[in-house]
Write a protein that binds this ligand. Structure first.
Ligand SMILES: CC(C)(COP(=O)(O)OP(=O)(O)OC[C@H]1O[C@@H](n2cnc3c(N)ncnc32)[C@H](O)[C@@H]1OP(=O)(O)O)[C@@H](O)C(=O)NCCC(=O)NCCS
Length: 180
């Protein structure tokens, strides 16, 4: 569990499918994430099961990667997702790069929650790995997410091609993060 002033982040569980489906089926939230893929709850439940199994296997193998449900601390209302994991390659497998990422239900945009969870995920990334830098990748048209990267102090780097396509890349180094 990761905690911030206003949020809690806890790894996805099977029972999260129902309460988190409301933003997964929102085209506006999924616009820069490849569109709505799980409009039906039953499909989404299968997807959540895959996520839970995948990260359980990573934990078993000693990797810290995870997908977190983000809750408002005050209400325990689920409002979004935070990720910390390897960047998937354009073909099979993963690149030797890790990413932090975020998405939020539309109802809670504009309150600084993405920046707040991004800070917690970045702290967590540097605390649980010895990586010298981490990435946040963004669809070139996703100005809101690029703004989150900048607010966090991530620096634009050369674009990268991965399973998400040709995406903008923002980088944070360990030295800059702990000197800030
Ligand atoms: C990307 C996304 C998470 C950004 O959400 P967001 O609400 O714009 O970002 P933040 O939570 O950091 O909030 C920033 C906004 O809140 C305002 N704000 C209010 N209180 C704030 C605070 N305490 N701290 C920081 N910003 C605050 C900022 O001024 C800013 O407003 P602006 O957009 O009018 O400039 C959201 O747009 C989203 O979920 N999009 C769909 C999914 C997606 O594309 N994810 C990214 C994939 S790379």
């Amino acid at each position: 569990m990761l905690e911030t002033a206003r949020l809690r982040l806890r790894p996805y569980e099977l029972a999260d499918a129902g309460p988190t489906h409301y933003w997964q089926r929102d085209p506006e939230v999924m616009r820069h994430l490849g569109g709505v893929k799980h409009a039906e709850l039953t499909d989404y439940e299968v997807f959540v099961r895959k996520i839970v199994d995948k990260y359980a296997a990573y934990a078993e193998a000693g990797f810290p990667w995870n997908a977190f449900v983000v809750f408002e601390r005050a209400s325990w209302r689920p409002i979004g997702t935070g990720i910390f994991k390897p960047l998937p390659a354009a073909g099979e497998g993963d690149l030797d790069e890790v990413e932090v990422g975020w998405h939020l239900a539309r109802q809670v945009w504009g309150q600084g929650y993405a920046t707040e969870m991004g800070r917690a995920l970045t702290d967590h990334a540097f605390a649980t790995t010895d990586r010298e830098h981490i990435n946040a990748v963004v669809d070139p048209e996703n100005t809101q997410s690029a703004a989150v990267c900048r607010r966090l102090g991530f620096t634009p780097a050369e674009p990268i091609t991965c399973r998400y396509g040709d995406v903008l890349r923002f980088v944070m180094t360990r030295r800059v993060w702990f000197d800030r």
